[in-house]
Design a protein. Structure first.
Lengths: 269, 285, 315
C-alpha cells in the first residue's frame, strides 16, 4: 500500500512540475526573449545589465529570427528578436516592430586571401554563381567556396535582399549560425561568407564594399550599404507584462546606448 | 606444423585473413586512442576553475559552464526519478505477473521498437507532446528522455530478474508469502545489479544526448534552483558543447566540455563493468 | 498520452469487481485485493511502454500526413528540389532520401569490414587480456557523445579531406560517411563478438580434426555459424547510421543538393529536420514532420529486419 501511495505522490509531483513549466515564462517579475542568433551579443549584454540593475529575471533563447517571431505570435515569449524587418504577412497578424539598433553585415574572407575590396554587384555575382574563381577578382587561381546561412536566418534574408540574390544563391555550405560561418571561413582559404559585424573576429578578414569599411560611423550614416535592423517584435494589441515593459523601456532608452555600442552595433535613436 | 602440407592457395588465404584481422583490430585501437588523446589534449588545458564555477556573462565576455553542469544534474535526476519506477515496474510485470503471451509480446516488441528510434525523432515528438504544451523547459526534455530510456531500464531489469533462481520464489511461496511480498523481499533485492546497471547506462545516454534535447529543453545558460530550473529552458553539457562549437566558434570551451564528457564516459564504463563483475562474483559464491 | 492512460486504467480496473470485494471483506480477500491492485499497477506500467510507441507513431502520422497530402506523395518523395523558404516553395525530399541511403551504405561499406574483422580477431585470436582491453575500448567508443564525433570531424576530418583530395571544401558526403562508419563500429564489433563467442566449440574442433587451419576454421565454420548474429549487427549499424543527426550536421555542409558526388555538400533526412525545425512554420513545418515520418518508416523496416534476424539467431 505504501508503495502505491508513493506512486501516486510521484504522479502528483510530476503534474506539479508540468504545471510549473507552463507558467514559467509569464510571471510578472520576468521577461523572456526568443529569436535571432545574430542579436545574441547585444541582447545578452542588455539583459544581463537589466537583470543586475532591477533583479527582474531575463531569459534569452537564441533560435533564429523566424522562430522568435513565431514564438511571440504564439505567446511563448514576451519579446521576439528579429534581425530583419517584419514581412507584410507578419504585420497583418498584428505584430509590431521597434528597431533597436542597426547592424552591418560584413562580407568576410580568409585572412590569407589577397582580395580586400569588392563592389556590391561583384558580391552579388559571386553568390549567384556568375563569378566562380578568385583569379577573376585578382586573387589566386582557386574556386570560390560560398558559405551562407540556413533559410530562415535574418542575416541571410538581409544579405540576399540587399545584394538582390534572393533564392538565387549557389551555396556550398548552409550553416546554422553566425559563429559557424566565421569558423568555416577562417579554416578555408578560398571561402567567402557573411556575418554580423558585431560577431566578426580576428580569425577572418572583413572586406570593404565599394571601398567603404564596415565600421560604426559608416553604418550610422548609411554609406556602408550591407546592413539590416535589429528589431524587437511585440504583439501590437496585447499589453506587455510589467517586467517585459520595464525591459523594453530600458533597452530603448538612451541609457542603453553604451551597452549597445559596446556590443558592436549602432543604436537606432 | 601443418603448414608444409598446405597448398599455396590456402597459405595465401591464411596470410590475407590474418593480416586483415590484425590490421582492422589495430585500426580500431588507434582510432580509440586518437580520439581520446586528441580530445583530452585539446580540452584539459582549457578546464579551469573559472570555467567550471562561473556562469557566462555578455558584459564581461567571460564563459562559465556551471549552469550547464547544474542543468545536466537536474535533467538526470528528473529523468531517473520518473523512468525508474516505470521501467522497473514494467519489467516486473513482464517476468513475474504476465501470463498472457500476447501482452508480453506486445510490450517487448514496443520496447525493442523504442530502442531503435533515432533521438531526433524523440526530439520532434517531445517538442509536439511536451514543449508545445508547457513551453521549452528542462522538464520537457526530461520527459522526452524518459521515453527514450524506458527500454534500457526495462531490458536490464528484466535480464537480471530472469537470473533470480526460480527456487527462491518457490521457497518464499511455500512459506505462505503472497506474490507482492515475494517480489518485494526476494525478487527485487536479487536484481538490484540489473537496475543499477540500467541506471548507469541510462545516465550515460542522457549525458551524451543532444538531438532530443535541442528542441525540447532549449539552450539557455541561466543558473536556476531545481524547481525554477526544471521550468525554464537550459542547456545540458552536451547541448552546450554543440552551442559553443557550432554557434559561437569557442572551440576551447567546446573541447573542455568534450574532455569532461569523455572522462565521465570512461568513469561510467568502469562503473558499469564494476557493478556487473561485483554482482556476478557475489552470486557465484 | 492522458487519454491512453485512462483507457489503460479502465482496462485494469475491470479485472477487480468492486461489489464482490466489498461483500466478502475478510482478511484473505482484502489481501487478494491488494494483490490485484498491485498486479494492475504493474500491468499499467508495462502498458505505458506500449503507449509510448503508439503515441509516437500516432503523433508522427497525424502531423506528417497533412503536408504529404498538400504536396502530393509523388512530388514529395521524388521531387528533386527542396526550397522551403523560397517565394515559390518546393518540397522535394529525394535528395535527402538518397543522401541518407548513400551515406548509410557508405558507412556500411567502410565500417562493416573493419568491424567484422576486428570482431573475428577479438573473438578467436586475441589473448584474453587483449580482448578485455579492446572490448572496454570499444564500449568507450560507443559511449562518446555524437557531438564529440562531430566536433573532431569538423576540426580534423573536414580540413583533412579538403587538403588530401584537393577539393574546394571538405564538408561533404564523404566526411559524413567516415564519421558514420566510425560511429557504427562499436555496435558492429560488440554484436559480432557476442555471436561469434556463442558458436559451439564442437563445430570448430570438428573442423580442426579434418585438417583445417585455425583461420580457415574461423572463416569457413565459425563465421557461417554466427551469420544471423553478424547480419543483425550490420542491420543495427544501418539503424544507427540512418538515425544519426548531430554529428552529421556538423560535417556534411547541409545544402539540399542531390548527392551526385562524394565531395558534394549534402543534407540527410535527419539533418533536414534538425536544421530547419527551430524556425519553421506552416507547411514548411508540416513538411519537416513528413520527413520525420519517412525516416520513421525506414527505421521500422530496419527494426523488422533486425527482429527477424535475431529470432532466427535464437533458433
Amino acid at each position: 500500500m505504501k508503495k502505491m501511495i508513493a506512486m501516486v505522490m510521484l504522479a502528483v509531483m510530476a503534474m506539479f512540475a508540468l504545471a510549473g513549466c507552463g507558467g514559467g515564462g509569464k510571471t510578472v517579475g520576468s521577461v523572456s526573449t526568443d529569436g535571432s542568433t545574430s542579436m545574441e551579443k547585444v541582447i545578452g549584454a542588455l539583459g544581463e545589465s537589466f537583470q543586475n540593475e532591477t533583479g527582474i529575471r531575463f531569459t534569452y533563447n537564441p533560435t533564429g529570427s523566424g522562430s522568435g517571431i513565431k514564438a511571440v505570435q504564439e505567446g511563448r515569449c514576451d519579446i521576439g528578436l528579429s534581425s530583419r524587418e517584419l514581412k507584410k504577412s507578419e504585420q497583418d497578424r498584428g505584430l509590431k516592430a521597434t528597431v533597436l539598433a542597426y547592424d552591418g553585415i560584413a562580407v568576410i574572407v580568409n585572412p590569407n586571401n589577397p582580395v580586400s575590396d569588392l563592389g556590391l554587384e561583384k558580391v552579388a555575382q559571386i553568390y549567384r554563381g556568375e563569378i566562380t574563381n578568385w583569379s577573376q577578382l585578382g586573387g589566386s587561381n582557386a574556386e570560390i567556396v560560398l558559405i551562407g546561412r540556413e533559410a530562415g536566418s535574418g542575416t541571410r534574408d538581409g544579405f540576399e535582399s540587399i545584394t538582390n540574390t534572393k533564392d538565387g544563391c549557389k551555396y556550398r555550405q548552409e550553416l546554422t549560425s553566425t559563429g559557424d560561418v566565421i569558423t568555416t571561413v577562417a579554416q578555408n582559404p578560398n571561402a567567402i561568407g557573411y556575418a554580423s559585424v558585431a560577431s566578426v573576429k580576428d580569425s577572418v578578414k572583413a572586406l570593404t564594399i565599394n571601398g567603404i569599411a564596415a565600421n560604426e560611423a559608416n553604418i550610422k550614416d548609411g554609406s556602408y550599404v550591407v546592413q539590416r535592423p535589429f528589431v524587437l517584435v511585440t504583439k501590437g494589441d496585447v499589453k506587455l507584462t510589467e517586467g517585459a515593459q520595464k525591459f523594453f523601456d530600458y533597452i530603448t532608452s538612451s541609457a542603453a546606448h553604451g551597452i549597445i555600442s559596446a556590443a558592436g552595433v549602432v543604436p537606432a535613436n | 606444423m601443418l603448414n608444409q602440407s598446405l597448398s599455396k592457395k590456402r597459405k595465401g588465404f591464411e596470410l590475407l585473413m590474418r593480416t586483415l584481422m590484425i590490421a582492422s583490430a589495430i585500426l580500431t585501437a588507434v582510432l580509440v586512442v586518437f580520439l581520446l588523446v586528441y580530445v583530452l589534449l585539446e580540452g584539459v588545458p582549457n578546464i579551469t576553475w573559472e570555467l567550471l564555477s562561473g556562469k557566462p556573462s555578455y558584459l564581461t565576455e567571460r564563459i562559465g559552464i556551471l549552469p550547464d553542469i547544474v542543468n545536466t544534474i537536474y535533467i538526470v535526476l528528473a529523468t531517473m526519478l520518473i523512468v525508474l519506477p516505470l521501467g522497473v515496474g514494467a519489467a516486473i510485470y513482464l517476468t513475474e505477473y504476465a501470463s498472457d503471451r500476447k501482452i508480453v509480446g506486445m510490450i517487448e516488441y514496443a520496447a525493442e521498437t523504442l530502442s531503435g528510434i533515432p533521438s531526433i525523432i524523440y526530439g520532434l515528438v517531445g517538442m509536439l507532446l511536451f514543449s508545445n504544451s508547457m513551453g521549452t523547459c528542462l522538464m520537457a526534455g526530461a520527459l522526452t528522455l524518459v521515453i527514450m530510456n524506458l527500454p534500457t531500464i526495462m531490458r536490464t531489469t528484466q535480464e537480471s530478474l530472469k537470473t533470480v533462481p526460480q527456487s527462491y520464489r518457490e521457497g518464499a511461496f511455500g512459506l505462505g508469502a503472497g506474490k507482492w511480498r515475494v517480489i518485494r523481499t526476494v525478487v527485487l533485492p536479487g536484481c538490484v545489479d540489473g537496475i543499477v546497471t540500467g541506471c548507469i547506462l541510462s545516465v550515460g545516454r542522457i549525458l551524451g544526448e543532444s538531438a532530443a534535447l535541442l528542441f525540447t529543453a532549449g539552450f539557455a545558460h541561466a543558473l536556476n534552483g531545481l524547481i525554477n530550473g526544471l521550468a525554464s529552458p537550459g542547456a545540458t553539457l552536451t547541448v552546450a558543447l554543440y552551442v559553443y562549437a557550432k554557434e559561437q566558434g569557442e572551440f576551447g570551451v567546446a573541447f573542455a566540455i568534450a574532455a569532461i564528457l569523455m572522462i565521465l564516459t570512461v568513469l561510467i564504463n568502469f562503473a558499469a563493468t564494476f557493478v556487473q563483475s561485483h554482482y556476478t562474483k557475489r552470486r557465484r559464491v | 498520452m492522458p487519454i491512453k492512460e485512462n483507457t489503460n486504467k479502465n482496462r485494469t480496473m475491470r479485472k477487480i469487481d468492486p461489489l464482490q470485494s466489498l461483500n466478502s471483506w475478510d482478511k484473505k480477500s482484502r489481501h487478494q485485493t491488494i494483490e490485484h491492485i498491485i498486479h494492475g499497477i504493474f500491468l499499467l506500467l508495462g502498458l505505458i511502454a506500449v503507449g509510448c510507441v503508439l503515441v509516437i507513431t500516432v503523433y508522427l502520422v497525424i502531423s506528417g500526413i497533412p503536408a504529404i497530402r498538400e504536396i502530393g506523395l509523388f512530388d514529395f518523395l521524388f521531387g528533386e528540389e527542396w526550397a522551403s523558404t523560397a517565394a515559390e516553395a518546393r518540397y522535394g525530399i529525394l535528395p535527402f532520401i538518397l543522401t541518407s541511403i548513400y551515406g548509410t551504405l557508405g558507412a556500411i561499406v567502410i565500417g562493416v569490414p573493419i568491424g567484422f574483422m576486428t570482431a573475428v580477431y577479438l573473438s578467436k585470436l586475441a589473448s584474453p587480456r587483449v580482448k578485455s582491453v579492446m572490448q572496454s575500448a570499444v564500449s568507450m567508443l560507443a559511449g562518446i557523445p555524437s557531438v564529440v564525433y562531430g566536433l573532431v570531424g569538423m576540426l580534423v576530418l573536414v580540413p583533412g579531406i579538403r587538403k588530401v583530395f584537393d577539393v574546394p571544401d571538405g564538408a561533404s558526403l564523404l566526411a559524413a560517411i567516415v564519421v558514420l562508419a566510425i560511429m557504427i563500429l562499436p555496435s558492429i564489433i560488440k554484436m559480432s563478438v557476442t555471436a561469434l563467442d556463442a558458436v559451439p566449440k564442437e563445430y570448430e574442433d570438428a573442423s580442426f580434426a579434418l585438417g583445417a587451419t585455425p583461420i580457415e576454421t574461423y572463416f569457413k565454420v565459425s563465421v557461417p555459424a554466427a551469420k544471423s548474429g553478424i547480419a543483425a549487427a550490420v542491420v543495427l549499424g544501418v539503424g544507427r547510421a540512418i538515425g544519426e543527426a548531430m554529428a552529421v550536421m556538423m560535417v556534411a555542409g547541409n545544402v539540399p543538393n542531390m548527392p551526385d558526388s562524394l565531395f558534394q555538400s549534402v543534407r540527410f533526412l535527419t539533418t533536414a529536420v534538425a536544421s530547419e525545425m527551430a524556425y519553421s512554420s506552416g507547411l514548411q513545418q508540416q513538411a519537416l514532420f513528413s520527413i520525420a515520418l519517412v525516416l520513421f518508416f525506414f527505421i521500422m523496416l530496419i527494426n523488422a529486419a533486425l527482429n527477424f534476424l535475431l529470432k532466427r539467431e535464437k533458433e
